[in-house]
Design a binder for this molecule. Structure first.
Ligand SMILES: [Zn+2]
Ligand SMILES: [Zn+2]
Length: 287
């Protein structure tokens, strides 16, 4: 159940129940988290901010942490799990993750109230949301992306990967909304201030996606029901919002239809948005 910003619970309308919505609460190397809701099901995906900050950003959306069904974890890097331990204990939330991730993340997570293990590529349900974790190439023990299907809507989420294997593309196909990494501009990274070993790590096949690679991925994922693209995990040092948007916009414009395009923010939660737009919406705000 959603709460008003003042904390009062209110009933959910039938339209709200049918609409699957999400918000990128934070995105980037300073912390990542996504909120997803479908009817009575409310999920947090990753929690790379402090527990307090996660609660604050959810409150901006009128979401009470205690009403979440659980927290799903992509991989054990600090920018994805920092606040999960505190948050899960405080609000008694189960944490869904791969057993190898649990081992690797253990020291930072501490004791958790409940862990629900999942297997990569095996579909599971949380409430009325069908979740499919799929493998992504990244320097973590068992990194995954997710697709979420509910009520005829599909959200594909893939960040933190060095390149795009065919399997990732296949999993993301048919998504109405895509949250995709667009980490760096190649030239900015190559000419930027990072030490060479770090540049190599980011550029490697287990690193992060460049704007150019994301553009190619988008090209492959375009379809007539793609409604929204969120570019995520942008580097503050090696990228600029305008460059990431420009690369993606060029591809999306070819569709000849309005596909909304935004970048996810590090410093504040994005608006709560529908995963799938109702047909016949007025005018595009992005492309
Ligand atoms: Zn990350
Ligand atoms: Zn990572």
């Amino acid at each position: 159940m959603r709460a008003t910003p003042s904390g009062r619970r209110r009933p959910i309308s039938s339209e709200e129940r049918e609409t699957v919505r999400f918000s990128v609460l934070a995105s980037g190397s300073g912390g990542n988290a996504v909120y997803l809701e479908s009817g009575q099901t409310q999920l947090l995906i990753d929690g790379g901010l402090s527990g307090r900050e996660l609660a604050r950003r959810l409150a901006c959306l009128g979401v009470e942490p205690a009403s979440l069904n659980g927290i799903l974890v992509t991989h054990e890097h600090r920018d994805h799990i920092l606040g999960i331990g505190v948050f899960a204990r405080r609000f008694s939330l189960p944490v869904y993750m791969h057993p190898a991730t649990q081992v690797a993340a253990g020291p930072l997570l501490g004791q958790l109230p409940a862990v629900v293990p999942f297997q990569t590529s095996r579909v599971f349900a949380v409430g009325d949301v069908q979740v499919t974790p799929f493998p992504v190439p990244h320097d973590a023990v068992n990194p995954v992306g997710f697709t979420f299907c509910a009520n005829g809507s599909k959200l594909g989420l893939a960040t933190d990967m060095g390149y795009v294997p065919l399997g990732v593309r296949e999993r993301l196909k048919g998504s109405h909304t895509l949250i995709l990494e667009s980490n760096h501009d190649l030239t900015m990274l190559q000419e930027g201030p990072y030490a060479w070993p770090l540049k190599q790590r980011i550029l490697s096949r287990r690193g992060h996606l460049s704007n150019d690679t994301t553009r190619s991925l988008l090209e492959a994922l375009m379809h007539s029901d793609l409604d929204r693209v969120v570019l995520a995990h942008l580097s503050e040092v090696n990228n600029q919002q305008g460059l990431a948007l420009e690369a993606a916009r060029e591809v999306l414009a070819r569709s000849g239809r309005p596909i909304r395009l935004v970048t996810a923010r590090q410093d504040e939660a994005g608006a709560l948005m529908a995963v799938r737009e109702k047909r016949g919406f007025a005018k595009p705000s992005g492309v």
